[in-house]
Write a protein that binds this ligand. Structure first.
Ligand SMILES: CCCCCCCC/C=C\CCCCCCCC(=O)N[C@@H](Cc1ccc(O)cc1)C(=O)O
Length: 569
């Protein structure tokens, strides 16, 4: 090949790449329905009254701690149960609501809708919390005190704002006469923090034993409204978890030889294990960027970024390695691109002058959906490369597949639109849940599993999860309640806003039009599938005459001989 031919080939390749890059940059724009913002002045806005705030604080003061599987504060769970019962009298006395106490402490609410042809949906949350080391907190973790407009308490964001937010929204709706079309379930597990085997699993079994085969979608706790987490985006990003990382907890064990510390061997069990752990920490697993839900996330968010970043994010096939490097720099972004590794426990030795007879460490991996448990085990074994270190599986779960997040995916769009009604300046995108929740117990009911917590977070707040000074602002709690209100109202529709039955007739014509002979004033839009749906007598008369005109006008051969307007009913 001559030099000229080589240059032409190179220019052709670069031009082709440029075209692909630009086409992807300017065509990846996700669906954004026009949504009606939820405003504090709206007649159906649920204000955070003193009473609502007080009952939230009370729920936070009850220390429903889970310690390990099967070990949780049973009395406190019962106390929380009676607090819910007292706080929400309408919910607990409504003929539309049936409450079942499952496995002594979990709660399953069944809310009956009038239209049995609509598939029910499921909202889940959990009653338990993780322990807290009180001395390290600014304010006591179970007092729920308020400082600078924030309520500080264990459970404030994980996840009693969900429990209380859902019930506040339902209490409000029922007290206003809301009668759902679509049935739905609310499941509150009591041991999510220790994998939900007693609570959520029993709720799921109860639903199965009732013959429930399918739910339209499931919304559980999950990702959040993130400010400043994603490089290049200033506006808040609300991530809806469409997938969930798996986990693998490995036990590393080294058998040593006890003896007097005055005559040590070259290496002790602790030394051998420490080297293994150090190798594990020095060799993070490779980036999987582009092979899991994070790809969809970045493609959704690209259009919110400045041009250079937009080009990069829309073309991960080309710029993946740069993005990987960038995302590896901070723990929250690192967590979404790879299987991460945490050495969480290390034990060995009994006395300062005794050689340790053994040593044990635990490694907790959070597995990227593109990798298998076996792959991670093999990787660790190869990295440690020392037969003296015995590796065994303590616990594991494969990652959850990505739930659909397309333009016509009902559950995803209902959640996305409800978020945008509350956080009007936020952009929504599918994301990957980096921790685990109760969702795995419900996976047989639907592939439409979404993980989103109505929690506003700024950088650094992620450390409050299971850490110290967990808190939520009063304003954020009010948003959480209104978010669930909109979820319930929006999900009560048969189809997504903008979708009607027309698609079933699409094969007959391209001339499909959508119009209702309904006169509307600002605010009336909430009556659609909301409460107090109505029409004026006059408007109904107009509707009849409108259809009269449609029929007579359409009865022409062409548009010329249009029907005379004097010919009224
Ligand atoms: C680009 C942005 C990256 C994302 C930034 C994320 C910021 C933080 C947002 C959400 C935090 C998510 C972590 C919370 C996990 C909550 C649930 C939990 O703690 N689960 C436990 C226990 C568990 C539960 C159920 C299981 O089946 C297994 C374990 C956990 O260890 O995951």
């Amino acid at each position: 090949m001559s030099c000229k031919q080589l240059c032409i080939t190179l220019v052709a390749i670069c031009s082709a790449l440029l075209v692909i890059v630009l086409v992807r940059t300017f065509t990846l724009v996700p669906r954004k329905d026009v949504v009606i913002a939820c405003k504090t002045a709206d007649s159906d806005f649920i204000k955070l009254t003193d009473q609502i705030l007080k009952r939230f604080q009370k729920a936070l003061q009850i220390d429903t701690i889970s310690f390990k599987r099967g070990e949780y504060n049973r009395d406190q769970l019962l106390l929380l149960g009676s607090h819910l019962q007292k706080s929400f009298p309408v919910v607990h006395s409504s003929p539309l609501v049936k409450l079942d106490i499952i496995a002594n402490y979990s709660r399953l609410y069944t809310i009956s809708g009038s239209n049995t042809s609509l598939t029910p949906y499921l909202l889940t949350a959990h009653l338990d919390v993780v322990p807290a080391i009180a001395e390290e907190w600014e304010l006591p973790p179970f007092d729920a005190q308020i400082k600078d407009e924030f309520i500080y308490a264990r459970g404030a964001i994980d996840f009693k704002q969900g429990i209380m937010g859902i019930l506040e929204a339902l209490e409000y709706l029922l007290s206003k006469g809301f009668k759902p079309n679509r049935s739905f379930y609310i499941g509150f597990g009591h041991d999510e923090e220790v994998t939900g085997v007693d609570g959520a699993r029993a709720i799921s079994q109860e639903l199965q034993s009732r013959g429930l085969k399918q739910v339209e979608f499931l919304l559980d706790e999950g990702l959040a409204v993130l400010n400043g987490f994603i490089p290049g985006i200033k506006k808040p990003v609300a991530l809806i978890g469409i997938g969930e990382k798996g986990f693998l907890t490995l036990k590393l064990y080294v058998k040593g030889e006890a003896g007097h510390s005055s005559m040590p061997l070259k290496e002790t069990a602790i030394g051998i294990l420490a080297k293994a752990v150090s190798k594990i920490e020095d060799n993070p697993l490779p980036s999987m960027l582009g092979y899991g839900p994070e790809k969809e996330m970045l493609e959704h968010l690209a259009h919110e970024m400045p041009l250079a970043a937009r080009i990069v994010m829309s073309n991960l096939w080309l710029f993946g390695p740069i993005v990987s490097w960038f995302f590896s720099q901070k723990p929250p972004t690192n967590a979404i691109i790879r299987t991460v590794t945490s050495v969480t426990m290390f034990n060995g030795g009994v006395k300062t002058n005794v050689l340790p007879s053994d040593a044990t460490a635990y490694i907790n991996h959070r597995i990227h959906p593109a990798q298998s448990l076996q792959e991670i085990m093999d990787y660790d074994r190869a990295v440690i490369n020392d037969d003296r270190v015995q590796i065994s599986v303590e616990d594991s779960m494969v990652a959850a597949a990505g739930s659909p997040s397309g333009e016509n995916d009902f559950g995803y769009q209902i959640i996305s639109n409800s978020i945008r009604q509350i956080w009007t300046n936020a952009t929504t995108a599918p994301g990957m849940m980096i921790g685990n929740t109760d969702t795995k117990h419900y996976k047989d009911f639907t592939k439409n599993i979404y993980r989103f917590s109505p929690t506003v977070m700024f950088p650094g707040d992620e450390k409050r999860f299971h850490g110290v000074n967990e808190r939520i602002s009063k304003n954020n709690y009010e948003q959480a309640i209104n978010f669930y209100y909109h979820i319930i109202v929006n999900a009560d529709k048969r189809l997504l806003m903008g979708n009607t039955d027309t698609r079933h007739y699409a094969m007959f014509t391209k001339n499909i039009y959508r119009f209702c002979p309904t006169v509307m004033f600002l605010g009336d839009e909430k009556r659609f599938h909301g409460i107090n749906e109505r029409i004026s007598k006059k408007n109904y008369e107009q509707a009849i005459n409108f259809y009269y005109h449609v029929i007579t006008n359409a009865d022409q051969r062409s548009l010329i001989n249009i029907h005379q307007h004097s010919d009224e009913l």
